[in-house]
Design a protein around this ligand. Sequence first.
Ligand code: UT7
Length: 334
Amino acid sequence: MRRTKILGVGMYLPEREITNQDLEAMEELQTSDEWIRQRTGILTRRFASEGQSGTDLAVEASKEAIENAGLSPDDIDFIIYATLSPDYFFPGNGCFLQDRLFGDRTIGALDVRTQCSGFIYSLSLADSLIKTGQYERILIVGAEIHSTALDFTFAGRDVTVLFGDGAGAVVVGPAPEGHSGILAHALHSEGKYAKELWTEYPASAHNPRVSHEVLDQGRHYPQMNGRMVFKHAVTRMVEVSHEVLAKAGKRVEEVDLLLPHQANIRINQMVASHLGIPEDSVVNTISWTGNTTAATIPICMYEALRQKKLKENDLVLLTAFGAGFTWAASLLHW
Ligand code: UT7
């Protein structure tokens, strides 16, 4: 059976930088650079400018990934778009990206809604579609606009300081003869914890979907049980990493690079330490990106390439945890 390989990587962050000091200066938020740095490892993040959409960010990251793969948009035959912050309720962002990048080429576009695990879920799906020969080259993009849904008052400070906007993209296709490419995936969900990290409004589960009263109560902002999410994130990311290694018949000592989801530097330090992976075999971007949800892993991959930490055939472990709860891991040869 043919194997799948990542052929190119791209990323895009909006230009507007929001430092911890900028957040500290917002009186109503009542936060500090020191608290954010110590508790999360975040120093700065980017916010989209007025009118800039998730699709706008995705277009830039996708163009770079396609170019980086030595391909043109004409070579792509399917789009997978992972996001928790679609531009609109419907249609999905994949359609907007199809229009912007592919025009008259009416290739299929699928949106994936598994939050921070969205990129790994998408990679797993793309891997199957390539292996079975359904498609030749798939564009996977993770892109988020968090900044338009953050509560810049005291009530929202735990969530607001964590998130940033951004996009990351990869192109996958058949691996060259003899290259093992992507080895295994493990995907999980546990919906009983859905409301521990979620956005309640606007929603089709409510009629009307949103009201003035609900907006006044701030129930259209994300709500998070931070401590609980933290504990589950560490446990599950370690567990699913062991699972994917076992599936592929590999030992943790063989891992050359860990690219973890970026939600909190302390989570990643604990995950690496529990797995026994040394610090210099982990790439983190959280200090300058914040949590960009589905975009984090391809951004992290891009950064690993920039730091020249990824060599042909390196064994790379990806792992993520987020709202749903969902968590996942992939293991691949670069
Ligand atoms: O992508 C996956 C989704 N998200 C995550 O994985 C995030 C997981 N959770 C976390 O990263 C951490 O739980 C947080 C960073 C959200 C919070 O850190 P913590 O060490 O768990 O703090 P805490 O929630 O236990 O709060 C400690 C204190 C509280 O004050 P008191 O009760 O001790 O007086 C909070 O009110 O810190 C306070 N606090 C803040 N202070 C300044 C909470 N948020 C802030 C803030 N600035 N932004």
